[in-house]
Design a protein around this ligand. Structure first.
Ligand code: SF4
Length: 953
C-alpha cells in the first residue's frame, strides 16, 4: 500500500486508534459491551479475509473470540489496498449470515418430485460419487457440453475456468449478460479490455452515469475515491433519471430520459470538437483514424485535419438542442459540462456500468460515446483518467494451465449473437425449449435465476423438467427460489468460510486479496489438524476449491481420462493437491515482490497472505500503452503498413511517432474510433460511436399504443404487443437500481440489512401521479408488462424525472412453504398456481412475520413488507449485438382493480417465448468473415481452441 493511501492507525490527539495495529492481531483485547457496566476483557484473534457480499472484494477482519472459538464480529482490514479499512453495511453483516439459524448446513438431496420441498441429508461423499459418475459418462460419451457450471457471484479469479478446461468441456456459464455485457462491448470495441478503471481520486472532473457513489460497481472502494477526488477539488456530474444519493452530491444532476445518454454524450463530443478543445496529438497518435471509411469519405491518405473535419461533419446533427429534445437535459447544461470535461483534459474520470448500458437496447453505444469523450480529451491511461481494467487487475497463474477445450457450446454462445461479450445465459430456458440441447449435469453456484433473472417462471418450467435438466446441484450458502428446484442443495461458505484469490480494478494499482476460512485458520493456529474446511466451518459447510478438486478426482479416479493430473500436487507428485499447495505455489512463484516482502518478515509467501490478507503488486499502472516493445519481441518482427508490429503472425506492438510501443490489444493496436469489426460483422452503420434509440424510447411507446412515430425504426426496435388485459398510461420502468444495503438475494439472511431496507414501492413523479388519477403514496398500482403484471404500492416523489417510474432491485422474495425454503425474515409466503399451460398466478398469503428460532431477534421482527417480485413479469430482451438483457421495460400503469391485492403477480410464459423470438429476429447471426463464429480478437471466458471458432471446421 502506498504511504499516501495508508490510513492512520492512531487518531492524532485522541489517544484512540482507528484500527487494531497488526502486531496485536494475535491477541487483541476489547471490553465486552454485553457485560457493561462491568469491565470484562475479551481476547480476540484477528484474521483477515475478503468480503463476498459484492464484487468489490473489500478486506474484512474476523474477530474470533479465543475463549469460545466463534467469530464475534467483522470489521474492515486496514491493510487492504482498495478498501483501506473501510466497509459498507454489507461487510459487517456477514456475522448475520454465518450465524443464521435457518442456513443450509449439510448437503441435502431431493426425495420427492422436484420442487415439492422434500429433502434428506446426505454425506459429501455421495454427492461426489453421484456427480463424478454422471460427468465421467457424459465426457466419455462425447457429451461434455451437457455438463454446465453456471455462476452467479464468482468471487474468485481463474480457478473455475481452469477446472472446466481440465475437464475438457465448454461448460462455463455466468450471469454477466444480465449484468454488464453492454458496458463491456462498448469498452471492448475501443480497447479490448472489457472494463474501465476510473482514477477518481486524481480526477479534476468526474462524470457518473448512475449511482456509483452509493451502490455502483466496486461500491466502497470507488465511493471513497470519488469523495477523495471531490475533497481535492474535482467537480462531479451525474446523469441519472433518479435523484440518487450520488446525484445529490453532484455539482450537476442531469436527469436524462432513460436510453438517451449517448445523445447527450455525443453532443458533448461535438462541443469539444467544434470548439477545438480536443487533444489533437493524442487522437492522431492513439486512434485508428486512418482506417475510417464513412459517408463516402476515406481517411487513409488524407491529412489528420481532413479526418477531423469529416468527424465534425459526421457528428453535426448531435447538437445540444437535439440532445435536449431526446433526453430532457438542458442544452446549456450539455455545453457547460462538455467545457468542464475539456478543461479537465487528461484528468477526466467517468464511470458507466449498469444503469444506462444495462437497461437499454443499444446501451453499449453509451459506453462507446463516453469513451469517445476520454479519447478526445486524451484522458485514457492517465493519472486522473480512464484506465483499463486489464492494467489494474492482477490474476496470477497457478502451477499448471490445461489446454483450451476443443468444442464450442452453442447453448452458451448461440450463433445469433456472435458479438455477445459473455454467455447468453438468460436465454437458456428458451434455447432448451427450442430443442437446441439438454443438460446432463447442471451446477448453479451462488446463483438464483428463478428470482434474479427476468422471466423466472420459464426457468422454473425447465428446471422441473428432468428430460431437459438431468441432474441439478445448487451450490449455495443460503436457501433460494432456484435451489428449491434442484436435486441436491450443497452448502458453500460465506466470506469467512472459504479460500479464494481475488483482484479488482478498484483504483490506480494492482493488488491481490486472499479470502480464507477463518475458523480453519484459527484452529490450525491452535495446533489442530484440519484436512478439509468443512471440518472447521459450521455444520458441513464446504468451500468450492476443495469440492472441485475432489470432484475432479471422482470423475477420473485412476487418471486415465487425463483430468486428474491437473489436480495433483506440484510438490508431491501423484498426490491430491491441497488448497495450501494451490495458493502457496501461486504466492511463491507468480506474484512479483511477494516472496521478498514475506522474507523480510520471516514468513513464507502463504504465511504473509494469511497474516495480511492482501498484497499490492504495483502502482506503476499509467500509460502502459506507451511501454516500449521488448527487444526479444522486436527481433524477427515485421511492421505492417498500418504500423502494427507482428511477430509470428501475432501483434506485439505498434509504431507511434517512430517508436515501437505496446499499444492496445485491438487489431490496430490503437483505440478504435472506427470499428472495422462492426463493418465486417454486418453492422456498418455503427462503425463509429452513435446514438442507438432504446426499446423504451418515446417512439416505441407511441407505436405500442397505435400512434405513428416518425423516429421509430423497426429494423432496430421491437414493437411491444400488449396483452388484452393491459391498460393505463405508458411509461418506462427502471427496475434495476440497487439499494446500498442489499445483495441481490444473498442478503436474505442478514437481519441487520433487512431491518434497514425491506420495501420496493413504485416511484412516481407528482406530475404522473396526477395523470394516473390523483395517486397518493401507499395507493395500489398495477404495472403491466408485455407478459403479465404485478401489483404494488406507489411512492410519489420528485426524486424521479417525469414519464419514468422506478422500482428497486433486491426485494420481493417469496416462498411456497410456510416454514422453510427461503429465510422468513425476508420473504412472503405465497400461493403459486399454474392456472393454465404457462399461466402463472402468485398471491401473497402473508408478509414477513416474527417467528421462533434459536435467534431471539426473529421474535422481534417488526416489519411485514417483503416487497414485490417484479422480475418475474419481465420478458427477455437480448440486445442483438452485446447480448445484454436490456432491463428497462415499457409498461402500462393503472390503479389496481378492487380484486387485486398487494404483491399479486401474473405471467404468461407462452408470451414470454414469443417476445424472445421477436428480439431474436433483430440479430445478424454468424458466420462472420472466414466462417467465424465470433471475432478472434474478442475476449471469451474459458476461451476454446482457435479451431472451435470456425463453423464446420
Ligand atoms: S462494498 Fe460492501 S459488500 Fe462490497 S465487498 Fe465491500 S464491504 Fe463487502
Amino acid at each position: 500500500m502506498r504511504d499516501s493511501d495508508r490510513l492512520d492507525f492512531k487518531r492524532p490527539g485522541s489517544g484512540l486508534s482507528s484500527f487494531p495495529p497488526v502486531e496485536k492481531w494475535d491477541d487483541w483485547v476489547e471490553y465486552d459491551p454485553d457485560a457493561w457496566p462491568r469491565r470484562v476483557a475479551r481476547h480476540y484473534q484477528l484474521i483477515p479475509t475478503i468480503c463476498f457480499n459484492c464484487e468489490s472484494a473489500c478486506g474484512l477482519l474476523a474477530y474470533i473470540d479465543k475463549k469460545t472459538g466463534k467469530v464475534a464480529k467483522f470489521e474492515g482490514n486496514p491493510m487492504h489496498p482498495a478498501s483501506r479499512g473501510r466497509v459498507c453495511a454489507k461487510g459487517p453483516a456477514v456475522i448475520n449470515q454465518i450465524h443464521d439459524p435457518d442456513r443450509v448446513l449439510y448437503p441435502m438431496k431431493r426425495v420427492g418430485p422436484r420442487g415439492s420441498g422434500q429433502w434428506m441429508r446426505v454425506p459429501w461423499q455421495e454427492v461426489l460419487e453421484t456427480f463424478g459418475a454422471r460427468i465421467r459418462k457424459a465426457i466419455q460419451d462425447g457429451r461434455g457440453e451437457e455438463v454446465m457450471y453456471h455462476v452467479g457471484r464468482p468471487g474468485y479469479d481463474f480457478i473455475m475456468e481452469r477446472t472446466l478446461q481440465a475437464w475438457g468441456i465448454d461448460g462455463h456459464n455466468s450471469h454477466t449478460n444480465i449484468c454488464s455485457s453492454s458496458a463491456r462491448l462498448g469498452c471492448i470495441l475501443w480497447h479490448h479490455a472489457d472494463r474501465p478503471s476510473p482514477d477518481h481520486a486524481n480526477a479534476r472532473f468526474i462524470l457518473l452515469l448512475s449511482a456509483h457513489l452509493e451502490s455502483g460497481h466496486y461500491f466502497n472502494p470507488h465511493a471513497q475515491r470519488i469523495i477523495d477526488g471531490k475533497m481535492a477539488g474535482a467537480k462531479i456530474a451525474v446523469m441519472d433519471p433518479r435523484l440518487s444519493n450520488t446525484a445529490s452530491m453532484a455539482d450537476y444532476w442531469m436527469p436524462s430520459y432513460p436510453g438517451t445518454e449517448a445523445a447527450v454524450l455525443l453532443a458533448m463530443a461535438k462541443v469539444i470538437l467544434d470548439e477545438n478543445r480536443f487533444g489533437a496529438s493524442f487522437v492522431k497518435n492513439w486512434t485508428n483514424w486512418e482506417e475510417l471509411e464513412m459517408d463516402g469519405f476515406k481517411a487513409r491518405g488524407q491529412s489528420f485535419e481532413t479526418f477531423i473535419d469529416g468527424l465534425k461533419r459526421h457528428y453535426a446533427h448531435y447538437t445540444p438542442e437535439f440532445a435536449e429534445k431526446e433526453s430532457g437535459v438542458k442544452a446549456e447544461t450539455v455545453v457547460k459540462v462538455a467545457r468542464e470535461i475539456a478543461e479537465a483534459g487528461s484528468r477526466f474520470a467517468s464511470h458507466l456500468w449498469r444503469g444506462s448500458a444495462s437497461g437499454n437496447l443499444g446501451g453499449w453505444q453509451s459506453t462507446r460515446a463516453l469513451v469517445l469523450l476520454h479519447v478526445l480529451t486524451g484522458s485514457v491511461a492517465t493519472k486522473g483518467g480512464h484506465n483499463l481494467n486489464a492494467w489494474n487487475k492482477f490474476v496470477p497463474k497457478p502451477f499448471s494451465v490445461p489446454p483450451p477445450q476443443k468444442r464450442w457450446n452453442e447453448l452458451l454462445y448461440p450463433p445469433e449473437w456472435p458479438l455477445c461479450t459473455h454467455e447468453m445465459s438468460f436465454l437458456l430456458p428458451h434455447l432448451l425449449k427450442e430443442g437446441r440441447g439438454r443438460i446432463e449435469a447442471y451446477f448453479t453456484r451462488v446463483f438464483n435465476p428463478v428470482w434474479t433473472y427476468p422471466d423466472g417462471f420459464s426457468w422454473m418450467e425447465v428446471l422441473r423438467d428432468e428430460k431437459l435438466v438431468g441432474l441439478h446441484a445448487a451450490l449455495t450458502p443460503t436457501w433460494n427460489e432456484t435451489a428449491w428446484y434442484a436435486d441436491y442443495v450443497l452448502p458453500t461458505g460465506y466470506s469467512s468460510e472459504r479460500h479464494d484469490l481475488m483482484s479488482q480494478e478498484t483504483h490506480a494499482s494492482k493488488w491481490i486479496g486472499f479470502r480464507q476460512p477463518v475458523l480453519r485458520v484459527f484452529q490450525e493456529k491452535q495446533g489442530k489438524k484440519v484436512e478439509y474446511t468443512y471440518e472447521a466451518n459450521p455444520g458441513e459447510v464446504w468451500e468450492e476449491d476443495e469440492f472441485w478438486i475432489n470432484l475432479s478426482w471422482a470423475i477420473d479416479p485412476d487418471g486415465s481420462m487425463g483430468i486428474r493430473q491437473w489436480f495433483e500436487s506440484p510438490y508431491r507428485p501423484g498426490q491430491k493437491i491441497t488448497v495450501d499447495e494451490y495458493y502457496g505455489w501461486i504466492f511463491e512463484n507468480s506474484v512479483p515482490g511477494l516472496p521478498e516482502a514475506a522474507q523480510k518478515e520471516g514468513l513464507t509467501p502463504l504465511g504473509y497472505m494469511r497474516k495480511y490478507g492482501a498484497f499490492e503488486v504495483t502502482t506503476d499502472v499509467y500509460k502502459l500503452n506507451e511501454k516500449p516493445v521488448a527487444d526479444a519481441d522486436l527481433a524477427g518482427s515485421i511492421v505492417e503498413s498500418n504500423g502494427v508490429i507482428k511477430k509470428a503472425g501475432r501483434p506485439v506492438g505498434v509504431m507511434v511517432d517512430g517508436k515501437a510501443l505496446a499499444g492496445y490489444n485491438t487489431p490496430s493496436r490503437r483505440l478504435e474510433v472506427f470499428s472495422k469489426t462492426l463493418v465486417d460483422w454486418k453492422w456498418p452503420e455503427f462503425a463509429l460511436p452513435e446514438y442507438y434509440r432504446s426499446h423504451v424510447h418515446r417512439s416505441a411507446q407511441e407505436v405500442s399504443i397505435g400512434k405513428p412515430a416518425a423516429d421509430f425504426d423497426p429494423r432496430y426496435m421491437p414493437v411491444v404487443d400488449w396483452p388484452a388485459h393491459a391498460r393505463g398510461e405508458v411509461y418506462t420502468l427502471l427496475p434495476i437500481f440497487r439499494l446500498p444495503t442489499l445483495i441481490h438475494t444473498r442478503s436474505g439472511n442478514a437481519k441487520l440489512l433487512y431491518e434497514i431496507a425491506h420495501k420496493n414501492p413504485l416511484w412516481v413523479n407528482p406530475v404522473d401521479a396526477e395523470k394516473l388519477g390523483d395517486v397518493r403514496t401507499g395507493d395500489l398500482l398495477k404495472v403491466h408488462t408485455e407478459i403479465g403484471y404485478f401489483v404494488l404500492h406507489a411512492w410519489v416523489t420528485e426524486g424521479l424525472a417525469p414519464r419514468v417510474v422506478a422500482c428497486s432491485h433486491h426485494l420481493g422474495r417469496w416462498r411456497t412453504h410456510k416454514a422453510d425454503q427461503i429465510e422468513r425474515l425476508t420473504s412472503a409466503w405465497v400461493d403459486l398456481q399454474e392456472v393454465g399451460k404457462g399461466q402463472w398466478k402468485m398471491r401473497q398469503k402473508t408478509g414477513v412475520e416474527p417467528y421462533e428460532s434459536s435467534d431471539p431477534d426473529t421474535r422481534r421482527i417488526w416489519w411485514s413488507d417483503a416487497g414485490v417480485h417484479q422480475n418475474l413479469t419481465f420478458p427477455v430482451h437480448p440486445d442483438p449485438l452485446s447480448g445484454m438483457h436490456c432491463w428497462h421495460q415499457v409498461v402500462r400503469v393503472e390503479r389496481a382493480d378492487p380484486e387485486d391485492r398487494y404483491g399479486d403477480i401474473f405471467v404468461d410464459t407462452n408470451r414470454a417465448h414469443a417476445v424472445y423470438q421477436k428480439w431474436k429476429a433483430l440479430t445478424r447471426p454468424a458466420p462472420g468473415p472466414d466462417n467465424l463464429r465470433r471475432p478472434l480478437w474478442f475476449p471469451r471466458v474459458a476461451r476454446p481452441a482457435e479451431a472451435a471458432y470456425y463453423i464446420n471446421k
